[in-house]
Design a protein. Structure first.
Length: 329
C-alpha cells in the first residue's frame, strides 16, 4: 500500500488523490511495452471529456477463420497500471480476435487522470451516463463501430475496468450485445472513497433490488439488457467475491431470468447459469477455487493466455470461455 502522505503532490484530477492511491492497488502491475501487434491509434472520436486515448485492432485474416455474418467489436477495459494492448495480447484476446475475425477496441487511461492509471470507477462524474470517462468510452465505441461497420458490440473489463464495464452496460444497454466483468464490481457500488473501500472489501451496501432499481430508473422503458458473464476468485482479497454474486443477481432481476441458477462443479471451478424464458443461458457466474485477484489464463490451451502479474494460471481461460459464451467459437 502506498504512503498516503505523498498523495497531495501526485493527483492531477478533481482532488481524488486518496481514492486514487488506495484504489490504485486494485492492480499493482508493472507497465511494459505492448507486444508488437497491428493495433491502430484511434484519434478522432468526438468529445473526450475523460481525456482518454485508445487504439483498435481491425479484423485480421486468420488462417483458420472465415468472415461470416455481421462484424463484431469487442471493447477491452484494462485494470490499474496496465497497458490495455498488452493485456489484450497476454490474455489471449488478440490471437482469438485474429482467429475468429472480430475487431478489438482498447480505451486507455492516463496517469494524468489517475496516479495508478485506473479508470475512475468510483467517481460519479466519470461513471454517469454521458459524463467524463464514460462519455469518452461511448464515443470511442460508436466511432469505431462506424469506421469498421461493426453491428454487434461486446465489452469485457478486468478489475477497475470491470467496474467500468458494469457502469457502461447499465448506462448504455442498447449499445452492447453482451458483456463480461472479471474481478470487478456492480454499478452503482461507490461514489466516494469510503463507499469504494467498503464495496471492494465487503460488496455493495445496496440490496440486489436497489441495484436493479437504479438501472431501471435510468432506463424505465428498457426491456432488453445485455447478457453477462461474471468471473471471480474465491480467494480474491482485493475485490470480495460477494461483488460478483451481487452483480449476477442484479442482472437476474433486470433480465427477469430464472431466479434459480443451475450449478455445475468442474475441476477447480464452478459455473452458475441463469436461463432466460427461451431456456438460453443469459447470465453465468464463474467462481474459480483458490484463485486471487486477476484474470484466468491457461497457457496449456490454444489462445489460453500468458502467465504474468494478475494474469493468473487456472484450469480455465477467462477470455476463451467468455467468447464462447458470446457465441464466437
Amino acid at each position: 500500500m502506498l504512503n498516503l502522505e505523498t498523495a497531495e503532490m501526485i493527483n492531477k484530477k478533481n482532488s481524488l488523490t486518496m481514492p486514487l492511491l488506495l484504489l490504485g492497488c486494485f492492480l499493482s502491475m508493472q507497465s511494459a511495452q505492448a507486444i508488437d501487434t497491428p493495433y491502430i491509434p484511434l484519434t478522432d472520436f468526438g468529445d473526450n471529456p475523460g481525456a482518454l486515448t485508445s487504439s483498435y485492432l481491425p479484423v485480421m485474416q486468420g488462417s483458420n477463420a472465415s468472415l461470416t455474418g455481421d462484424l463484431s467489436l469487442v471493447v477491452l477495459l484494462h485494470g490499474c497500471i496496465q497497458d490495455g494492448v498488452e493485456l489484450a495480447n497476454k490474455s489471449g484476446l488478440t490471437s482469438l480476435a485474429i482467429a475468429n475475425q472480430f475487431a478489438v477496441l482498447v480505451p486507455q487511461q492516463s496517469y494524468d487522470n489517475n496516479v495508478k492509471g485506473c479508470f475512475n470507477w468510483f467517481a460519479s462524474q466519470d461513471t454517469q451516463i454521458d459524463s467524463g470517462e464514460m462519455l469518452s468510452i461511448k464515443n470511442m465505441i460508436v466511432t469505431t463501430q462506424e469506421k469498421l461497420g461493426a453491428k454487434h458490440v461486446y465489452v469485457i473489463g478486468l478489475s477497475a475496468g470491470g467496474a467500468m464495464a458494469s457502469a457502461a452496460m447499465v448506462n448504455y444497454p442498447n449499445l452492447f450485445q453482451s458483456g463480461a466483468v472479471i474481478a470487478g464490481l456492480p454499478y452503482p457500488c461507490a461514489d466516494n472513497l469510503i463507499k469504494a473501500i467498503s464495496c471492494m472489501k465487503q460488496g455493495p451496501a445496496q440490496s440486489v433490488e436497489e441495484l436493479a432499481q437504479f438501472a431501471k430508473a435510468i432506463h424505465p422503458k428498457q426491456t432488453r439488457w445485455p447478457s453477462l458473464s461474471v468471473w471471480t476468485g474465491d480467494s480474491d482479497n482485493v475485490v470480495s467475491a460477494n461483488n460478483a454474486k451481487m452483480l449476477a443477481s442484479q442482472w437476474q432481476v433486470l433480465t427477469q431470468s430464472n431466479a434459480k441458477p443451475t450449478v455445475t462443479n468442474e475441476s477447480g471451478y464452478s459455473i452458475s447459469r441463469w436461463k432466460d424464458h427461451q431456456n438460453n443461458t443469459f447470465i453465468e457466474l464463474v467462481t474459480i477455487n483458490n484463485f486471487g485477484h486477476g484474470i484466468a489464463i491457461n497457457p496449456d490451451i490454444k489462445h489460453g493466455g500468458e502467465q504474468s502479474d494478475f494474469l493468473l494460471k487456472a484450469p480455465i481461460s477467462s477470455v476463451n470461455e467468455v467468447i464462447k459464451f458470446w457465441g464466437f467459437n
